[in-house]
Design a protein around this ligand. Structure first.
Ligand SMILES: *Cc1c(COP(=O)(O)O)cnc(C)c1O
Length: 430
């Protein structure tokens, strides 16, 4: 009797391609999976199916964010819809003169207008914005930073390290909890201070016996004040918001007001409260923005056409003041609790055992630390996080007090039926 021969690698790869596990995976990757499964010597079919499934889940893929963290750094921060045709773009061509133009011109003009400033430019992210500003304006000189603002922001952005990379020298000012105007004045008298840098501590907060010096008091000292705002709130009055600005934005610094207070430049992220793609925006005095744009590092940090087009579109939405309809982050933020309650009730009605719970959503991405936005969630008994992550369109939820909670503020209403169906199928399988 001849022993059953293992299937050929190619045949197994083709079988996988036709199965749920391998669906959508290109042939060369399935060949790797098949080869490893055959080499493993065990139950080849089971090993191949499991490996193909794992591989599918290791791919970059859209997910449904039901965490209630609106800007979830692990899920790409601001969700963004952006479409464009495969056409050439007027990125560096001035259509009026027919001459070569700057890729910063169009988008720079829009952000300058939005912030009430002279000029603006866009780079790959806010870390790049800070690095470029420090390198172009303070390389070989000193930058004064309050000890309370010499912080690390999630994902390895550490103010002293960014300054070290820029070739500027950090001058510590004041103490961790209190820094006064006179501390900055002393630093300027003793050192070759090119810039005063204010950094919004974003994801952390010191309470109690604390004092920091606002931009308005620093502006008259002499060196230009650069404020790294981080999260990208354009205007504290939120002219795009119906009624008074939402209370959860109360302590968040904004570009318009920081520049009006006397900052020479502000920098912020495109994919935090701004609601756009990953980008960094530098706005303020024209001479300083131009020095940044002319620096050789600007070439290495410049965004591509896809990002420029998306940032441009977001800027236009702010100018039209329709971001609460057109920008996903603001749409999520503006959803009423009554709407969320109705959606949660509709989902719970289709899921045996599910209940609706009040929840607290958060802006996320280090924006507005400590604040919460009232929300509603669908709650299920037990921990179903792993099964939900394995849904055809993976769902990311969280567990609290032994319950799986799907917070609907971070879910697009169009995805509600997908969430309901996934939850039903997860519960059926248990
Ligand atoms: C988030 C943040 C950064 C880093 O911005 P990225 O866009 O993530 O590079 C820098 N500074 C502050 C204050 C931040 O909040």
């Amino acid at each position: 009797m001849t022993p059953t021969r293992p299937p050929s690698v190619d045949a197994l790869a083709r079988t996988l391609a036709a199965s749920d596990a391998g669906q959508g995976l290109p042939h060369p990757l399935l060949v790797d999976v098949a080869r490893a499964a055959i080499a493993s010597g065990g139950d080849i079919a089971a090993a191949a199916t499991a490996a193909a499934e794992d591989l599918r889940h290791a791919m970059l893929t859209p997910v449904i964010n039901a965490t209630g963290v609106l800007l979830h750094t692990n899920l790409g921060r601001a969700p963004l819809a952006h479409q464009q045709a495969a056409r050439a773009q007027s990125i560096e061509l001035d259509l009026v003169t027919g001459e070569r133009g700057s890729r910063q011109a169009a988008v720079g003009r829009l952000f300058a207008r939005l912030c009430g400033a002279e000029a603006a430019m866009v780079v790959n992210n806010n870390a790049a914005a800070v690095l470029l500003v420090m390198t172009a304006l303070a390389h070989g000189r000193d930058v004064a930073v309050s000890r309370g603002e010499s912080v690390e922001i999630g994902g390895g952005f550490r103010v002293p390290e960014v300054l070290a990379q820029s070739g500027a020298h950090l001058v510590d000012v004041g103490t961790t909890n209190r820094t006064r105007r006179s501390d900055y004045v002393g630093a300027v008298e003793r050192h070759d201070v090119a810039l005063l840098l204010k950094v919004h501590p974003s994801n952390y907060r010191v309470d109690g016996f604390v004092e920091d010096t606002p931009v308005a008091e620093l502006a008259s000292i002499g060196p230009p004040v650069v404020a790294d705002l981080g999260s990208g709130l354009l205007d504290a009055t939120c002219p795009w918001w119906k009624g008074a600005p939402p209370p959860w934005l109360h302590d968040e610094p904004a570009a318009v007001q920081t520049l009006a207070a006397g900052a020479a430049l502000v920098t912020f992220s495109g994919d935090k409260l701004l609601g756009g793609p990953q980008a960094g925006i530098i706005v303020g005095r024209r001479d300083l923005v131009e020095r940044c744009a002319r620096h050789p590092l600007a070439r290495a940090l410049r965004p591509g056409g896809l990002v420029l087009a998306a940032v441009h579109e977001i800027a236009l939405a702010y100018l039209r003041r329709d971001v609460c309809m057109t920008v996903a982050f603001w749409r999520m933020a503006a959803t009423t609790v009554a709407d969320l309650e109705a959606r949660a009730t509709a989902i719970a009605a289709t899921v045996p055992g599910a209940i609706v719970l009040p929840t607290e959503a958060v802006p996320g991405a280090g924006s507005a630390p400590g604040v919460t936005i009232p929300s509603r969630g669908v709650a299920l008994d037990g921990d179903h996080l792993a099964a939900l992550r394995r849904a055809p369109l993976p769902i990311i939820a969280r567990v609290r007090d032994g319950r799986t909670i799907l917070d609907l503020r971070s879910v697009d209403p169009d995805d509600d039926p997908i969430v309901a169906a996934a939850v039903v199928s997860v519960l059926d399988a248990t």
